[in-house]
Design a protein around this ligand. Sequence first.
Ligand code: HEC
Length: 124
Amino acid sequence: MGTVIISSAFNPKPIESNAVQLHQDSKIELPDNIKEIVEVKCMNCHKPDARNEKAREKLQWVKVPEMNKEQQEDFIAEMFEVIEDGDMPPARMVERNPKMKLTDEENKAFMAWLEKEEKRLKGK
Ligand code: HEC
């Protein structure tokens, strides 16, 4: 009888491999608050028909939900850099239009979201 209990205790194996599968397939999600910021302050240069070729090549938000795991990791790392350094929107644009600068609150919202996505990617 003891064996029955032990074998069922080891049962979670298939469930575990399922979880790994799910984790590998999981995608970046943009919560509404992030979508709103991106729409106003980032989208113009980072969309399929953006005029700025370099910006368009580096990042297109419409592709974010389809990224595979490696692309997600690259994207999150780049996002951390530009948000932490205040590099986006680019200084040239902010000079012309100071309202485009991310507010402290928007910055915090980005950081919280990125930290969450990073944890998911690391499987934590
Ligand atoms: C005025 C146009 C413009 C706006 C608005 C803009 N970007 Fe960019 N973005 C660029 C350009 C140009 C590049 C390419 C820079 C380079 O390679 O030197 C870039 C590159 C990037 C990259 C890739 C950086 C890398 O290391 O390759 C990320 C990530 C990014 N932008 C995020 C954002 C976010 C987040 C916002 C909104 C907060 C934003 N951008 C708003 C023009 C813009």
